[in-house]
Design a protein around this ligand. Sequence first.
Ligand code: CTP
Length: 397
Amino acid sequence: MLKGKNVVLGVTGSIAAYKIANLASMLVKLHADVHVIMTRNATQFITPVTFETLTKNRCLTDTFDRADVSEVKHIALAERADVLLIAPASANFIGKMAHGIADDMLSTTVLAARCPVLLAPAMNVNMFRHPAVQDNLKLLAQRGVTVIQPDSGYLACGAVGEGKLPAEQTLLDYILHTAAKKKDLAGKKILVTAGPTQESLDPVRFITNHSTGKMGYAVARQAMLRGADVTLVSGPVHLAPPPFVTVVPVQSAQDMFEAVAARYAAQDWFVMTAAVADYTPVQTHSEKIKKNADGADLTLQLKRTEDILKWLGARKKEGQRVCGFSMETENMLENSKAKLAKKNADLIAANSLRDAGSGFGTDTNHLVLLQRDAVTDLPLLSKEDAADRLLDTLLSL
Ligand code: CTP
């Protein structure tokens, strides 16, 4: 995902420096070209050899490095970087950055950098809360530096509070959000529905379906990586919420409808991947269950839920785009074409439950994208790649 991207990691003197070895390894696995610059104090906590072994690049620690005279190292690195992350950032380094002090390899590189700069402070809670540090962070944020808030918890100094370097995955998410993809969806507001809905029979039991939410979460994540402002209205699933996405948890079809309807006016695109229940038990049902306690057969009385896709199609405003999903067991193309017209959608992503590698719970999908005047049969792809192709098609409409 980071092929051809140049990631510069600045490591300063903090015990949390050891975590950056893992981050560097994660970045290398995503094919980034990773360069690590350490302050002199950082080398007290972790050795440059660790980073050199992981990144296959020379780890820089000193401005007056005489090993390579062909270029001015800090300037060359600063110019090549697609993103620069300083983590852990000590109070001292934050102070230097805020006031333009450039007295070592890392601080000179930061001053010369034109790329987005991310900063992850890590220190004792009282140091972090000190007005000097807070003012410096505010100043840096005003200048466009992204400050990654530290986690709260047990700190290496024994204190409990804010100041912990966030997990490596969180730091990686920030890097991906900044540099992973072309930001061709910047400025677009996209609402995605995902997962199943749960329709309660009584306070204990419910009716649901096999949806795991994977497709919708993949759409939300790819759209976020491409710069969109994403809202994910999600039924109950066992997936981690994608970072930088506003997640609205819902349970029933009615909840999902209300969550979408409340946000509809502000959105540009809607991608409805949720397997919404078409029917829900009528309210009096738990009464009925009690009355049938003698074991007699019971007929469930169901009422139709609001068809969210159709509701959106009927209210589409100028510039809004609506994409539905269609999961079929037979006559996939005919039924999906009918859905496109009936629901006034711009795009229907159809998949057949009979297709190997497609449907509920899989990590892959074979989608057929239907527009009014075109049908695109995609190959079997990961749900992330399928999501990207779907977003490409919406962008081309
Ligand atoms: N959908 C919705 N609201 C509903 C039901 C479905 O928004 N109450 C959306 C789904 O998220 C999906 C699309 O409509 O994007 C098609 O769902 P599907 O269940 O295949 O369509 P139905 O119109 O319910 O057709 P069928 O009669 O085949 O179930």
